[in-house]
Ligand binder design. Structure first.
Ligand code: TXA
Ligand code: MG
Length: 310
């Protein structure tokens, strides 16, 4: 499917402006990956720390060659299986890649999103850097209205409705002999191992020096406090919004997910943001673990843990 992108968005990117656009994961704040002034605007607009590198979004796998110094065989296999889609690959970078993109690292992160608006915008311009289109510190945006709430009229926003996945892409480093997940996402460890026919590792994101610099920042937090449900909680407490996995109760402050973790992932950041708008003081989530067979569980646990602890 070819979607037409209004020329004003294409021109804005070409003139070095930032444009927010939908991807299948979350909305991104896009800028030309070869324009240092445009990239500087991304950092300034978001209030993003300059030591946090950006993902380059491409419209075709062949565009990797402009950024990566080589494409390991593992990456080749994963691209064939999962692109376009929510998998970001970290490559050794070519020397021409701007320092503003990589925050001075010698690697560059690249993904090809599957959202048609994103693909068409990139195909009509250049590869785009695109962090999540939220102010640093707020939950990533999964709806047009979220981007609008954070930036109002200060950036152009392409409305693509709600995103499908709802959590950011899996980030996988393929520069070593054993690939390593730096940020969990809907494409899980087992999915990747199945394609590669080898075991891969997962970076301990609690370490002081995570390999994916963004993992040390809290991106996911609303004003309401995020808590795991425990026996001290009272479902009658109207200052708390409860996200439960299986319940008979029907109350306006209780959302029943019926163990649909994909739906919880899709809605999580919207629930966080809406909780603030509705004046809830806490968002209380029923605990779960990876006993349930859904590839998104490690990613959900990662985002919720960050929101509860920071
Ligand atoms: O789903 C997504 O990935 C969304 C959409 C818009 O594509 N983008 C996104 O971007 O989540 P951002 O900037 O919010 O997160 C990028 C993550 C950060 O944790 C960053 O540290 C990591 O990717 N990253 C970027 N370049 C890296 C590199 N060269 N090495 C390791 N980690 C890198
Ligand atoms: Mg982000």
């Amino acid at each position: 499917m070819i979607v037409n992108i209004d020329q004003k968005y294409i021109n804005a990117i070409k003139f070095g402006e930032v444009v927010a656009f939908p991807t299948e994961t979350v909305y991104g704040l896009g800028a030309d990956a070869w324009n240092p002034e445009a990239i500087a605007k991304v950092f300034k607009t978001k209030g993003r720390p300059s030591d946090n590198p950006l993902i380059v979004h491409v419209a075709d796998p062949s565009q990797i060659n402009d950024f990566a110094s080589s494409i390991p065989e593992a990456a080749q296999l994963l691209i064939e299986e999962f692109w376009p889609g929510p998998l970001t690959l970290v490559f050794n970078k070519r020397p021409e890649v701007l320092d503003a993109v990589t925050a001075g690292l010698n690697t560059v992160a690249i993904r090809m999103p599957s959202n048609e608006i994103a693909l068409s915008l990139i195909a009509n311009t250049n590869p785009l850097v695109a962090p999540s289109a939220n102010k640093s510190g707020t939950p990533s945006p999964t709806k047009y209205t979220h981007v609008k709430a954070d930036f109002d009229d200060s950036v152009l926003i392409i409305n693509g409705g709600s995103t499908q996945v709802g959590l950011e892409s899996t980030v996988l480093d393929v520069t070593g002999t054993e690939p390593m997940i730096l940020r969990p996402g809907v494409i899980g460890k087992e999915d990747i191992e199945r394609v590669l026919g080898q075991k891969i590792s997962v970076d301990d994101s609690n370490s002081e020096q995570p390999k994916s610099p963004g993992q040390k920042y809290s991106h996911y937090k609303p004003k309401a406090e995020i808590q795991w449900l425990n026996s001290d909680h009272d479902l009658e407490d109207s200052s708390s919004l409860f996200l439960l996995l299986n319940t008979e109760f029907e109350q306006s402050n209780i959302i029943n997910y019926d163990q649909d973790f994909d739906l919880l992932a899709r809605e999580l950041y919207d629930r966080f943001r809406q909780a603030d708008i509705d004046g809830y003081k806490q968002v209380v989530i029923e605990p779960f673990d990876d006993r349930y067979e859904s590839t998104i569980i490690p990613a959900l646990l990662n985002r919720i843990e960050k929101a509860t602890s920071l």
